[in-house]
Ligand binder design. Sequence first.
Ligand SMILES: [Zn+2]
Length: 462
Amino acid sequence: MEGEAGERVDLTLLRRHLGAAFLAVILYAAGLPLSAPPAAAAAAPVVPRVSDIRAWTNEIYTRVAIDTGEEVSWQANTLRADPLLGLPPRIFIDIRGAGIRDEILRRPVEVRNGLLRQVRAGRFDRDTVRVVIDLERESTYRVFALPGPFRIIVDIDGEGEIPPLPASPDPVVSPGVAAAPPPEDPEPPAVTSSAPPPAPSAAPAVPHAPPAIPPSVESPRAAASPPSPVRKHRVRVMIDPGHGGKDPGAIGPTGLKEKDVVLAIARKVREKLSRTGEFDVRMTRDEDVFIPLEERTAMANKGRADIFVSLHINASRNRRAEGFSTYVLSRGASNREDLELAARENGVPVRKLQGVKFIIDDMFTGARKNESLRLAKTVNDAVVRHVSSRYRDVQSLGLKQAPFYVLVGARMTAVLVEASFISNAREESRLRDPSCLDGIADGVVEAVRYYGQNGILAHSDF
Ligand SMILES: [Zn+2]
């Protein structure tokens, strides 16, 4: 089914760029069957549309998500402040061949929190929608796209050594300007989409950083300065029960749903961790609701969590597969099973995992990666030990790495737990037992407590 969906997307792109008549020639020349009936061939092509712009922000961090549904070609760039015109520093994303919902044209997203002024969108020309992010000050940023459904993510880092801009007149942005951004001379492209496929000569997209700003999003002090022994606040933990609502996650042989199991575990973790008085515990969801993956990460970042724990239950076509594993983010996976797991958790086919590789390498390095590896091992060992005290033959699959979207862009120590296999009949029956869920929760709690007391959190003064 996934393959068929992929073909449809490709045909849609071809049709948009080449026209239906030319498409027929291309298909014929390529030796592909022209099986679509005439009625289908005459149907209006699906045109991508900017259907929503979502933003999560605090004074040092912003994530903007631009929903287009269908895959689009896009390009990101920046413009410096223009005091004469009263324009702030801007990041803009040009989206080609897309429409836009009228309400978005009329209603810029106003923020004005010291980092982000507003997000607005307009038709730059007949073929291009331009989304403009008006910043309060120059900041580093990264742009990447996630498929299924297609959305463009902009992460803006306003942290650290970026000097505030000199005072400039506060521009009054009229609705007219907001609705239709004036043509602006783009500088050389900074970040380009990979879809449609880039020209062979295109270098891997790199994050743009204004010249005066350190190129890395990684907090320099995290790598350079020792952690403060005195915390300014209780350790903040964001527990993320995977899936929810329309997304049940994996389903066991007798119908047990991953989304229900992980929510039950998350509530136990919250209750047990809160009881210690040492932690400020939050959850990305506390009910059966669907939350997109990029929003879960944004919630942790916006809430300035120190630790992010995403909870999942594994599944495999091999009904005998069993055991517990804990993952950290990585651009690749050590084996096919881990890659298929990440694809399933990401809600995309394996071949779609390619798109975010560069951003993973770039964003997840240094102290944050090391701390995540340490926490992941601590969590997995503790979970296996606690569950083993209740059951025999509990398998540990150990610390692993794979490209999970929910971990991309997390600004804290972040791990993803795969707490046994719901596809395995014996492990599914254990997951129905509250004692097993208590064991899993006790393991997570013990690891987080140990880590919170002894770990060197990658951004401990956040
Ligand atoms: Zn899952």
